[in-house]
Each structure stands twice: as structure tokens, then as C-alpha cells.
Ligand binder design. Structure first.
Ligand SMILES: [Ca+2]
Ligand SMILES: [Ca+2]
Length: 352
């Protein structure tokens, strides 16, 4: 790496721009990534800075872009913020449909104290315990019974005692009933709690609450991730923002001050080709015209020659040709071929 670029990395504001284009029809997008090494900022400050100065914090949407950015920043030893963050308030019910939630307490919840804690940074699905309180659990590693909701049938709550992961539970309920159960009110929570307490074998069961944890600052839906093997670990339940370092990602407390990676996306729509007009062609073309002038004036006089050009230009203006330039061109005097040139003599010799 050049010395000057190293200095820029250490003391300067930004590093380098990387361009990637995506084409849709004739429109394409130029993606620029800008690494700001100084000053260092919290993730929230970084987001504001990038939105003011460029477009947003960077979204890294595939392995090629990730490698190019890693390569661009290979001499920068510190982690830098990217646009990925964990949206802690993105809980939603598996069962969709507005009519199902009309007239109920908005965002009703019954979390156990200290929950949700996202232990191990992989708890994105929710269960109800025998005492009626909720906690977040791993959607894939933890298996337990489940409660389905049945829109039609004898009983709208169906306790299934088979041990399933949350995703298996969701599939089961959607296949055999309507969906995993939504808990919309204290009365409904109380009813479900009594169902759990009625079954001695059941300690805890999945309900329909879950979340898509990681989101991009620019709203992009890319699911590409490049975490280090032991990340994201959500140390102390406080690491909600993502950095990149040596090509892989880690989650950190968002208040930590790091360098930042911004992006700027420019939409380019090429203008349609313009058909040249007659006037345009005349302007662009240089034309030599031979003219026979009948005059008693001396055409070797420069004032006379200038006056003739002025009169010709005035005539063109009347025809609508305004952007033209006329100049005299000096021609070499024409020479008359002689009858005894070398070519003629050769022909004569051959004939003899
Ligand atoms: Ca938990
Ligand atoms: Ca971490």
C-alpha cells in the first residue's frame, strides 16, 4: 500500500470508493462504499452522519461485495460500523390478519421479569410457562409442546404435547389448524395458562410471538450475513449493532465508537439518443464550396474578401442558419497537364 494512502487511513476522513452496478432494464445503480476512519462515532451518530453526507450506513448484500469491501479496507486494523442492527421491538404474531386483532389491547405482552433477554443472541421465538409468563427461546434448538389456534372447530385452543421447535410448531399448526396461538388480552393469557396447568406433563409451550432480529439501516431486505464463527454473541444482552473487521462481522454495544462504512447509491437512467437535426448537421460539418464570382473588384484585396463573407453570412441568416462560420480557403493554382509527360511517353513506347 502506498505511504500516502496509509497516512490517509490514520489521519484522514475517508478511504476509497468501490463501485458496484445493478442493472434493471436501462436503469442502473452505482453503489459507492466510503470508509470513514476518523472521527470515530457511535452507531446512531454514524447512521446520522452517513444519511447527511452520503445515503446511509452500508448494506452488504452478498459475498462478492463483502470481499471487495474487505479488500478495500485490508490495511485498516480496526472494526467499522455497517448498517446492520437488531430491532428489539420487532415482535410480531405468526397469525396475520387485522380482524384477529380488532378491539384488543395493542401490543399486549406478559413477559417474565428479565425477559426477553436474547441469551446467546439467538432467542427470537416466545413460549408461555406454566405460570402464564413469557420468555424468549431459540427457535431451532429448543423443543417443547405448543398451543395452536383453530378458527373453526370445537375448541379454538389446541394444546399439542409433542416436542417441536418453534418452526416445526408453526408448520404443524398451519397444517392442522389455523396457526400458532396469538395472546391478545389478559383474559386470553389466563385461559391459556389454565390449559397448561391442566396438563401435568407440560411445563412450557410455544405461542405465536417471534421476530426477525437483524435489519438494515436503509430498509433493504438482504438476508446475507458474514458473522465470525462465535458471533453474534450479544454479550451482556446489550450488543445490538454490527461491525465488520477483517471481512467478518461481530455485534457490539451501539454506544462504542468506531470508524464507519457509508454507502451512496446513485440511480442512472441513460437519456435516449437524440436524432441530429439539419441545423445540427450543418454546424458539425465542414464544407468546402467552389464559387464563381463575377465582379470587377480585386478579390486579392482582403477588405473585399471580408465583405463578400459578410454578405454570404447575412444570406445564410435569412435562411435560418445562424450558427455558421465562413472562411476563405486558399487553393493551389491548377496546373495543365502537358502532352509530353513521362506517363504519356511510356504508353507510346509500349504501343511501338
Ligand atoms: Ca430468554
Ligand atoms: Ca459480539
Amino acid at each position: 500500500m502506498e505511504e500516502s494512502l496509509k497516512k490517509l487511513l490514520l489521519f484522514g476522513t475517508f478511504l476509497i470508493i468501490l463501485e458496484v452496478t445493478h442493472q434493471t432494464g436501462s436503469t442502473y445503480y452505482i453503489h459507492e462504499y466510503i470508509l470513514i476512519t476518523h472521527p470515530r462515532m457511535s452507531w446512531t451518530e454514524a447512521q446520522s452522519y452517513c444519511r447527511e453526507q452520503y445515503g446511509d450506513l452500508a448494506t452488504i448484500s452478498d459475498v462478492q461485495v463483502n470481499s471487495r469491501i474487505a479488500d478495500m479496507a485490508k490495511d485498516w486494523e480496526e472494526p467499522f460500523w455497517i448498517g446492520l442492527y437488531e430491532d428489539v421491538n420487532s415482535w410480531k404474531w405468526s397469525l396475520m390478519g387485522e380482524h384477529h386483532y380488532t378491539g384488543v389491547v395493542e401490543d399486549y405482552s406478559q413477559w417474565q421479569e428479565d425477559q426477553p433477554d436474547n441469551a446467546g443472541a439467538n432467542e427470537y421465538c416466545v413460549s408461555m410457562m406454566k405460570d402464564g409468563f413469557w420468555r424468549d427461546n431459540s427457535c431451532t434448538f429448543v423443543k417443547m409442546p405448543l398451543i395452536c389456534f383453530a378458527e373453526v372447530g370445537f375448541d379454538q385452543y389446541v394444546l399439542v404435547t409433542e416436542q417441536k421447535s418453534w418452526f416445526e410448531a408453526q408448520s404443524y399448526c398451519r397444517q392442522h389448524h389455523t396457526d400458532l396461538v396469538s395472546v391478545r388480552s389478559p383474559a386470553e393469557n389466563q385461559e391459556l395458562r389454565s390449559r397448561l396447568q391442566a396438563d401435568q406433563a407440560v411445563q412450557e409451550a410455544w405461542i405465536g410471538l417471534h421476530k426477525d432480529p437483524w435489519k438494515w439501516s436503509d430498509g433493504s431486505s438482504s438476508s446475507f450475513r458474514q458473522w465470525w464463527p462465535d458471533q453474534p454473541n450479544n454479550e451482556n444482552n446489550s450488543q445490538l449493532c454490527a461491525t465488520m473487521h477483517k471481512g467478518s462481522w461481530d455485534n457490539w454495544t451501539c454506544d462504542t465508537e468506531f470508524s464507519i462504512l457509508c454507502q451512496n447509491i446513485t440511480e442512472v437512467t441513460p437519456a435516449p439518443p437524440v436524432e441530429p437535426t439539419h441545423i445540427g448537421q450543418a454546424v458539425l460539418r465542414r464544407t468546402t464550396v467552389k464559387m464563381r464570382l463575377q465582379t470587377s473588384s480585386d478579390l486579392k484585396e482582403s477588405t473585399i474578401r471580408h465583405e463578400i463573407l459578410q454578405q454570404l453570412e447575412a444570406a445564410f441568416h435569412l435562411q435560418g442558419l445562424t450558427n455558421i462560420k465562413l472562411i476563405w480557403r486558399t487553393l493551389r493554382p491548377e496546373t495543365q497537364p502537358t502532352k509530353t509527360d513521362s506517363c504519356g511517353e511510356k504508353i507510346k513506347e509500349n504501343l511501338n
